[in-house]
Each structure stands twice: as C-alpha cells, then as structure tokens.
Ligand binder design. Structure first.
Ligand SMILES: [Zn+2]
Length: 276
C-alpha cells in the first residue's frame, strides 16, 4: 500500500528519503523484482550514480521522495538496470503510477527549460516554487516558468451495445484503441472532443459524459476521459492519423487493446464492457 502527498518544497533534507532515478528516457529498476520502486537512502549511497540534478516530489508513505536525473546509465547496485519508461509501464504498481508520472514530467520539464524564452539567458531554479526564473533580468524579471501540462480528450464512442475503436498508423497491427487528441487554444473540452472525432473518423457525437482523468507523462498530457454517444455521419477514418476504425462488441473484440490497469483508454473500454 502506498500513499503519496505531493509537495514542491522541503525545508531540510531528511535522512529517510527515497529516490526514483532517471537517465534520459529510462528509469532505474531491479531485474530480480517485479515492480519499480524508489531507492532507499542506503541504496543511493552504494549506487555510486552520477547525480546531475534532483527534484523534490512530495512524501511517499510519509518519507520525502525525490527524482534524480543522472549523467550516465550506470549504477553499482546488484541487479540494477535502466529500462525504457514506456516499457516500464506494465511494471508500475497502480498506486505508484502517479508519482512516477510526476517524476518523468518534472525531469522532462526541467531538461527543456534551461533557458529563458524571452531573453535567451540561462534560468535558475526558484528556491521555493516548482519553477525556473531569472531574478535579475530586466526583460523577464518576475516571470516564472512552471511545468507545462497539455490537456487532451480521450473518448469511447458507443452505439447501443457497440463501441468504436480505431487503429492509429503508428500502432502495432491489430491494436485498437479509443480516439484521443489535444485541446487547442480557445477550445472547450466538449468542442475539442467533437472536433477530434469529426476530424479523425467523420462522425458526430452527442451526450458527452465525463468518466475520469489520468496524467500521462509522454511527455506531459492530462488525459480527460469521456463516453460519447454516436449521433450521425458515416464512419470514415481520416487516412492520415487513423487508418481503420470499426464498431466492436464484447463478442467481437480486436486482438489487442490497451491494458486497463495502466491506461485510461483501457479503463474506458473495460468499464463499458462491465456495464453492458
Ligand atoms: Zn529572460
């Protein structure tokens, strides 16, 4: 059982802290353990990792929890191995997904915001807030650069007992998922959802119903999950992003769908099937 209480600032470094370790797009894990977990303070000491930067994340089971970015994918601990974060998804306990997602997003944000977008100067970490800034710059004094979150809509469309799943050109063969897309500036969640569906599969939807949300750290999406009912129009994939879309039923499922334990897409599908 894990509890996580997010926080951006810690007064004093405590002795009983725990650490997630990231190199590039991979995370430190142990080949003899099923699940990803943070290192203890002792393990960190004996890992001899080359620390580049660290960020405080909050409290994991009341212990201060950090993410550390390292210079090299080297670690002296027995069985330690850096694994690609996307392939690590299946090895994250549900309750740790959010804190690992937070780790990845903060590291990605930190890597991408070393310089000021206005004056081009090197930025510094703000001492109290989760932000970069440059305190003595005339042009951009007082400007704080916070981690960016990109809201996305994701939806399972249904027509009585049938539900619509699509195959993206970049998916493996026979893998079908729900439709999703980024919300554009000035758009409401509802209009983004209707536009995305119309663009990708040429149909109109109605009766939008919010389901739940999930942080998705590749690189910084906040997925807002909805159910929507088919309204009108002829199903026709756009051919650019989506090369196939079909109505499925519980009896006629595609071979591969997203797993429900780690993705909101999978949860939307699983929950619909459970209800019908
Ligand atoms: Zn500046």
């Amino acid at each position: 059982m894990f509890t996580f209480e997010p926080a951006n600032y810690i007064e004093n470094e405590a002795k009983d802290s725990v650490f997630f370790v990231i190199f590039d797009q991979s995370i430190l894990s142990f080949s003899n353990e099923n699940f990803i977990r943070p290192l203890t303070q002792d393990e960190l000491t004996w890992s001899y990792i080359e620390e580049k930067e660290r960020h405080f994340l909050g409290y994991l089971n009341k212990q201060p929890c950090y993410v550390i970015l390292v210079e090299k994918n080297q670690c002296e601990l027995e069985h330690s191995i850096f694994i690609d974060m996307r392939s690590a998804l299946g090895r994250m306990p549900d309750q740790l997904f959010d804190v690992i997602a937070r780790s990845i997003q903060i590291i990605n944000w930190s890597k991408d915001h070393k310089f000021c977008g206005k004056c081009g100067d090197v930025l510094e970490r703000h001492p109290l807030e989760r932000a970069y800034h440059k305190k003595d710059c005339i042009q951009c004094k007082g400007q704080l650069v916070y981690p960016r979150i990109s809201p996305c809509v994701i939806t399972l469309i249904y027509r009585e007992k049938e539900f619509l799943l699509a195959h993206n050109k970049n998916f493996p063969p026979n893998f079908y998922s729900t439709l999703a897309g980024f919300i554009e500036p000035g758009e409401s969640v509802e209009s983004a959802l209707k536009r995305e569906v119309k663009e990708e599969v040429n149909i109109n939807i109605k009766n939008l119903e919010y389901f739940s949300s999930q942080a998705w750290p590749f690189p910084s999406q906040l997925m807002l999950g909805f159910y929507a009912e088919y309204d009108s129009g002829e199903l026709k994939p756009d051919g650019e992003e989506i090369d196939d879309a079909q109505w499925f039923t519980v009896e006629s499922m595609p071979t591969n769908i997203p797993p429900a334990n780690i993705s909101i897409s999978g949860k939307l599908i699983e929950n619909f099937i459970d209800k019908s």
